[in-house]
Design a binder for this molecule. Sequence first.
Ligand SMILES: [Zn+2]
Length: 298
Amino acid sequence: MVEREGANLRPPGVRAQSCFWRMKAPKRRQACFGKDAGGCLRSACDQEIRRVDLSHRAVINRRHQTPEARMPTVLLKFRKPQIHCIRVVALLFSLVTGAAANARGAKVMAEPIPDAIWAYMQQRSWRAELPCPGRDQLVLLRVPYLDFDGNSQTGSLIVAKSVAKAVAAAFQEIYDSGKFRIYRMSLIDEFGGDDARSMAANNTSAFNCRTTDRGAMSRHAYGMAVDINPVQNPYREGNLTEPEAGRAYDEPYKRRRDIVGMIVDGDVVTRAFARQGWRWGGHWKRSVDYQHFSNDGH
Ligand SMILES: [Zn+2]
């Protein structure tokens, strides 16, 4: 027997509410889920709601829940202060790791270092035992960039306030050109302030209050140097190449303009920094540091 929509769909044992059950199913749903549900239709509607599929029911139920009730189960385990705490951590995480940018047309933004970031920097990129610049001498840049898949992202860089304009202008020019890709741009604090770990992760970074291998204060210690895509643009001195993965790119004959993330003389990256008076480590003589740009050439 072919089942018709209408009265004969009435569930067994339900007291007839004839006007309701004579309606076709779509009309019944409209009556139940629309504003006119209620009154004498209520019990019939309750039966009808049980008939709709689970996902549809879930949608209907969610409309009547409080925002907190709509949260995923895992979040329901936390009470309000903990939820606030999660939001703060999420903000910190997005600042440290970089989050998706809105779209092309995004601008580099500068802001004072937020409390949470400053606390996170202690004994990571900011070391009490070194003459590091004060918090008010540094700024946080939120930098739009294209990742290796060509997607817009927003990275985080900490630089000296005195060079923030120049660094922002260079990265803005790079982003606006659409011609250069950056693998990752997280604060080096995510790697415990460890330059080797940051380089191995192909992370682009700036401020890190540290000394060089020779014991002098690095230009990074003042927030006046930037390292970009260390794997494709390694540091090379004699037999030493850092990071290790950079060995594939550490000789002039291995360096080609068409390799994603690679900086070559005369490209948009070297031109953008040169325009700000910054110099490139790719021009050094005794050693070469393809990832490195600084305001004084060191
Ligand atoms: Zn560097």
